[in-house]
Design a protein around this ligand. Structure first.
Ligand code: SAH
Length: 379
């Protein structure tokens, strides 16, 4: 994060009630001022109080004194041949996070990160390799949407293909439910009609299976839920998604059905990465179908996206299609996720966020240390 000067409060990421309390306490202003501010910050993408012309000169001057709108900093941007864009945002000297925009004919999906690194240690995920660094703040989570909207808006203004963000998915780096409080606050801003005003069906939270937090979420936050299942048995899932040792499949599925019931939701989307020779046999598809049939469940089969140093391979296309057909024949809706942004390492599971040497050099930030590129080594 860029640091706000002095102890000014960053208004980006303050949920509406907190912003109302802030304008009352610090500026003696009425609650509608908070709504005006939110409109400027989120809908119009303003970062400077001087732009907020309907606020009155005195109020703007007072805001300059006590508040800021501070977003993360873009370090690099890559564009895929398929239109996918990826931004790396700076978090500290050696670490970044990645945000990916995936345009489709009927929608634009922004895939955002919730942590720097991840502690879940899933064996097939690139983010796991860098370990866990820290949780993102609400401003850093919402800031990804703010920046992507600005970038896409600039493109549109320059005559590029205009494409809005219609969907937001927490499928970037990190485990959103391990950063529960900040993620729930960020979601409240995504849904707020003075914020990004997204429909609750167009915000998806993806989890590796933190069961207690799924129950909590069912009470506090109504969004679409995706769950990374990846295996039909505890034995295999323990190996692929280690959190399964704590919260095995039966418990996880009970939490999912509770979530749907409590929220009056349609279905949980189960993600299943297709790993050659590991979890892609027809008998495993049948085992999976027995777990999910007659339940509010959909399966999304994700062809494995390789990264340096992985021991896994992607299942052949024909194997994936056969796996899907077995599920469909047994009455479970399964679709195959089309890989996007693979040429810029923006596909599922490829986000790493390591600020590499070349980038540091280009930015004049290269540090003399040649040890492992961890935040600790570079501090
Ligand atoms: N931590 C959350 C969200 C991040 S990952 C979760 O586990 O759900 C988003 C999806 O990409 C998850 O289903 C994850 O399992 C999957 N994924 C991770 N690594 C992958 C890889 N190398 N190839 C394909 N999908 C991968």
């Amino acid at each position: 994060m860029q640091q706000a000067a002095g102890d000014r409060v960053n208004l980006l990421g303050l949920p509406r009630a907190e912003l109302e309390a802030f304008v009352a306490a610090r500026l003696g202003a009425k609650p509608f001022r908070a709504r005006q501010l939110m409109k400027w910050i989120y809908r119009r993408g303003a970062a400077h109080f001087s732009e907020m012309t309907d606020l009155g000169k005195d109020l703007r001057a007072a805001l300059e004194e006590v508040a800021s709108v501070t977003t993360p900093q873009i370090l690099a941007r890559q564009d895929s041949s398929d239109g996918t864009r990826k931004w790396m945002l700076r978090m500290d000297a050696a670490q970044g996070i990645e945000t990916v925009f995936i345009p489709e004919p009927d929608r634009g999906t922004l895939c955002i990160s919730s942590q720097v690194g991840c502690a879940m240690d899933c064996s097939f995920c690139a983010t796991a390799q860098q370990g866990f660094n820290r949780n993102l703040s609400v401003a850093e989570i919402v800031g990804q949407v703010w920046l992507a909207r600005r970038e896409l808006g600039l493109e549109a203004a320059a005559g590029g293909a205009a494409h809005g963000i219609t969907n937001v998915v927490f499928m970037g780096m990190g485990e959103p439910l391990a950063n529960y409080r900040n993620v729930v606050q960020a979601v409240s801003i995504l849904l707020d009609d003075m914020g990004y005003d997204l429909s609750r069906r167009r915000v998806t939270l993806s989890t590796s299976g933190l069961v207690p937090q799924i129950y909590k979420l069912a009470e506090e936050c109504n969004v679409a839920l995706a769950v990374s299942l990846h295996a039909p048995s505890d034995e295999l899932r323990n190996e692929l998604v280690p959190i399964n040792r704590k919260h095995p499949i039966a418990e996880l599925l009970s939490a999912c059905w509770h979530y749907i019931e409590r929220q009056n939701g349609r279905s949980v989307t189960f993600e299943y990465v297709m790993l050659d020779g590991i979890n892609d046999r027809p008998d495993q598809a049948r085992e999976l179908a027995r777990l999910l049939r007659d339940r509010p469940a959909k399966l999304n089969l994700i062809p494995f996206n390789p990264f340096g140093g992985t021991r896994y391979r992607r299942s052949p296309d024909a194997t994936i299609v056969r796996f899907r057909d077995v599920l469909n024949d047994m009455g479970v809706i399964a679709t195959i996720r089309r890989t996007r942004g693979g040429d810029i390492d923006a596909a599922c599971g490829q986000l790493a966020g390591r600020v590499d040497d070349r980038l540091l050099t280009r930015l004049g930030l290269k540090l003399p240390n040649h040890g492992p590129r961890t935040a600790a080594a570079l501090r």
